[in-house]
Design a protein around this ligand. Structure first.
Ligand code: 7TS
Length: 408
C-alpha cells in the first residue's frame, strides 16, 4: 500500500522550508514556539486582503457582509474542529495567553473569593501560571501546584489529593511545551468535577499533537493559538461551556460587545460578542480557517502517525548520544524533545546548531518553575511539526556531535 502521507509533497506546501540558513538547508525544529505556514494559508490571507477585506458585524454593504460571513464560517469550522456543542461557545481571542487571562479575569473575579483554591501543575507554561497567581493576589485565594514525577508525568493520586471543596478552578496544560508530556485530561476533568471545580485546559500544544475533542475531554474551557497550528499569529480560540460563559464578566469592554449604552449604564451583548470587544483580527481569523482546512486535507490521523514516527526515531537517535540527557520521558508524549548535554550550556548548543541551519529553542521555555523542579537553568528543545523528516533528525544528530566536538 502506498503511504497516503507523502512527506515530500507536504514539505512543498511550505515555501519557507526550501530556504537556506547560514549556507545550509533550513532544518526548522522550533515548532512548539510557532509553526511555519503552508502556501494555502499565506495565499488565503493575501487574496482576502486583495479582494474581500472589510470590517465585520457592522457594515450594511455587501463587502462587509461577505467578510462577516467568512469570519463566521471559521467560527463554525472551529466548533467542528473542537467538537464543541454550540458555535456561540467559540470566542476569537488573540491566542492562548489572552484566552487564559480572559477566563482568569472573567470567571475569577465573580466566582473566586478569599480562601478558595486554584490548582495548576508543575509543568505549566507561564501563560497558565501568572494569570492565576494574579487573581489569587486580588482575591486572597491560594494557588496550589500538583507535582509531576521525574519522567514528567502528572502524579494522579497526588493531583486528587490536592483537590478539595475549596478548589474552584483547575488549570492544566493538555501537553507540556517543555517536556512533551500529554496529560490524562479526561481523568483530571473527572476528578476536578467530583471536587466541584471547573477545569480549563491549555491546549496551546495539545491541539497540535493530541485530540482536542472538548466533549471527549469533558473539560469546561479549552484554548489554543492559531500560530502553532499552521495558522497566522494574532488569533486563537477560547471554547467554554455556554452556561459558564454566560455567567462570566466580560474581559474587555468597548465596541461590538454591547446591547445598549447610555452614559449611565451598559448592557452587554450575548455570546460570543460579549467577549469580542473591538475590531477582531479579521484576516487572521480567515487564515486560521484555511489552516484548519489544510489539516483536514492532510488528515489529522495521518499527521499524528507521522509525528509519532519522527518523535520515536528522534528519541532513539538522541538517547544513543553519550552525554545527552533527555528531560521528559513520559509514556504519552507529543513531538517535543528537551535535552541537555554534559558540560555544555544550552545556548551554546543552539548557537552551534544555528550555524548548521538548525533552528531549535534553548532556555527555560517560559516554564521557569518546571526548570527549577529539574534543577536546570535551561534545556535545548527540538520540537517537531507535520513536515519534519528522519533526514532532518539525522542532521540534528550530526549537529549535536559537532557541538560536543567543539566544546570538549
Ligand atoms: N501554553 C503553552 C503550553 C504554550 O506552549 C504556550 C506557548 C502558551 C501557552 C502561550 O501561547 P501564545 O500563543 O499565547 O504565546 N509556548 C511557547 C513555546 O514553547 N515557545 O514559545 C512559545
Amino acid at each position: 500500500m502506498t503511504n497516503p502521507y507523502d512527506i515530500h509533497k507536504v514539505r512543498r506546501d511550505f515555501p519557507i522550508l526550501s530556504i537556506q540558513m547560514n549556507g545550509k538547508p533550513l532544518v526548522y525544529l522550533d515548532n512548539a514556539a510557532t509553526a511555519q505556514k503552508p502556501e494555502r494559508v499565506i495565499r488565503r490571507i493575501h487574496d482576502f486582503y486583495q479582494r474581500e477585506y472589510a470590517t465585520v458585524h457592522r457594515g450594511v454593504y455587501t463587502l462587509s457582509q461577505n467578510s462577516t460571513w467568512e469570519c463566521e464560517q471559521v467560527r463554525d469550522r472551529c466548533r467542528k474542529f473542537l467538537n464543541a456543542p454550540d458555535r456561540d461557545e467559540i470566542i476569537f481571542v488573540s491566542g492562548a495567553t489572552e484566552a487564559i487571562n480572559l477566563v482568569a479575569s472573567g470567571y475569577g473575579r465573580p466566582f473566586i473569593s478569599t480562601g478558595d483554591e486554584i490548582l495548576i501543575t508543575e509543568m505549566e507554561h507561564h501563560a497558565n501560571i501568572i494569570p492565576w497567581q494574579q487573581i489569587c493576589l486580588e482575591k486572597g485565594a491560594r494557588l496550589k501546584v500538583a507535582p509531576i514525577n521525574d519522567e514528567g508525568e502528572i502524579i494522579l493520586e497526588q493531583f486528587r489529593k490536592f483537590l478539595s471543596p475549596k478548589t474552584k478552578m483547575v488549570a492544566v496544560t493538555h501537553m507540556s511545551n517543555a517536556l512533551g508530556s500529554i496529560n490524562p485530561v479526561r481523568r483530571m476533568a473527572k476528578l476536578a468535577h467530583e471536587a466541584g471545580a471547573v477545569i480549563l485546559v491549555d491546549g496551546a500544544q495539545g491541539v497540535v499533537h493530541a485530540s482536542a475533542d472538548v466533549r471527549e475531554l469533558d473539560c469546561d474551557f479549552y484554548c489554543f493559538s492559531g500560530h502553532k497550528i499552521y495558522g497566522p499569529t494574532g488569533v486563537g480560540v477560547l471554547w467554554g461551556r455556554k452556561q459558564l460563559l454566560e455567567k462570566m464578566e466580560p474581559y474587555q469592554t468597548g465596541g461590538e460587545m454591547i446591547k445598549t449604552v447610555t452614559f449611565e449604564k451598559t448592557t452587554f451583548a450575548g455570546l460570543p460578542q460579549k467577549f469580542e470587544a473591538g475590531t477582531p483580527p479579521i484576516a487572521q481569523i480567515v487564515g486560521l480557517g484555511a489552516a484548519l482546512d489544510y489539516l483536514e486535507t492532510l488528515g489529522v490521523e495521518n499527521i499524528r502517525r507521522h509525528e509519532k514516527e519522527i518523535l520515536d526515531y528522534a528519541t532513539e537517535k538522541l538517547a544513543a548520544i553519550a552525554g545527552l540527557r533527555i528531560v521528559g520521558r513520559a509514556k504519552s508524549k507529543g513531538g517535543v524533545i528537551s535535552f541537555t548535554l554534559d558540560g555544555i550550556h544550552p545556548h551554546d548548543i543552539g548557537t552551534v546548531l544555528d550555524q548548521e541551519g538548525i533552528a531549535i529553542r534553548t532556555g527555560h521555555h517560559c516554564a521557569q518553575p518546571l526548570m527549577q523542579r529539574y534543577g536546570l537553568p535551561a534545556t535545548a528543545r527540538a520540537s517537531f511539526g507535520l513536515y519534519n523528516t528522519r533526514d532532518e533528525v539525522d542532521v540534528l544528530v550530526r549537529g549535536i556531535t559537532k557541538v560536543q566536538e567543539i566544546f570538549r
